[in-house]
Ligand binder design. Structure first.
Ligand code: SIN
Length: 275
């Protein structure tokens, strides 16, 4: 097995692991690598939907998205489709998946089905480093605080992304989580807010909360906390959704990135209640 680090902050491209093999031994090795690197990339993995599901089941119960319809035959898999002339794609801008849920996603397994010749890379950012490097005065304010995460706007995903199918649910969900959570497997502290879903820090007045959150959102997006993956077909990314942010880049500009379809198959594994 060969591990090539993708950046100095997080991410490793792994050669020599076959994702068709969902034996306990193989999955334990993948989880060990995942905890170390936070996001793993694998190329030339021609895995079937059943094999992707079988691999995902090792990590825990599979999650159904509250707004987006899964594939007809495999409801656990969301097919993320960006049409050739769409300038937006699902997952654009920094976020951690479904942090408005009581038990937000633990791990995502994303497989590329159709990749444009240019554009649509995915970026990841390391929220352990973001916490470690955060201004001490901000740490003092946020330690032991909780924040409200809201799905408001998630329903609009379905209207905004023309090729994605909604499941009919447009309700809003909100839940509160610690601003700094502890990773259940590594014990490390993680900055657990994101600009897509985190609306307010509880026990601060609105203007102080807005000010602190804005400073944190800017900090979280520091490029030196990130890595970037250029997809090829049949590549797989597995990421720890608890300790990272991610975004699918929407660089679909006329004459360059625009004019191509992008198709991905996504499985989410349910996490625990953040502590
Ligand atoms: C996501 O945000 O889950 C999808 C990211 C991507 O398609 O690159």
């Amino acid at each position: 097995m060969q591990t090539n680090l993708v950046s100095g902050a997080l991410g490793a491209e792994i050669n020599g692991i076959n994702l068709k093999d969902s034996s306990e031994k193989n999955c334990i090795q993948i989880n060990k690598l995942l905890l170390e690197h936070k996001v793993l990339f694998f190329r030339d993995q021609d895995i079937s939907a059943e094999e992707q599901i079988s691999l995902a089941k090792f990590f825990g119960p599979l999650e159904r998205h509250i707004y987006v319809k899964g594939r007809e035959k495999y409801p656990e898999i969301i097919r993320i489709i960006k049409g050739p002339n769409e300038k937006h794609q699902w997952g654009e801008t920094w976020h951690t998946d479904v942090s408005y849920n009581v038990k937000p996603t633990k791990v995502i397994i994303l497989r590329s089905v159709k990749i444009p010749p240019v554009g649509g890379d995915t970026m990841f950012s390391n929220m352990e480093i973001a916490y470690e490097t955060l201004d001490e005065a901000i740490k003092k304010v946020i330690n032991n605080k909780r924040a409200i995460h809201s799905s408001l706007g998630a329903a609009a995903f379905v209207e905004k992304y023309q090729e994605m199918k909604g499941n009919g649910n447009l309700d809003e969900y909100s839940n509160e989580h610690p601003v700094v959570r502890t990773h259940p497997e590594t014990g490390k502290k993680i900055l657990y807010v994101n600009s897509m879903y985190t609306k307010k820090i509880i026990d601060l007045d609105k203007s102080e909360s807005d000010d602190i959150l804005n400073q944190i959102f800017i900090h979280q997006q520091r490029l030196d906390f990130t890595c970037r993956f250029k997809w090829t077909e049949n590549a797989v990314a597995i990421w720890d959704n608890r300790s990272t942010l991610h975004q699918g880049l929407t660089d679909f500009f006329p004459g360059r990135g625009l004019g191509h379809e992008r198709v991905m198959d996504r499985i989410a594994i349910e996490g625990d209640r953040p502590n």
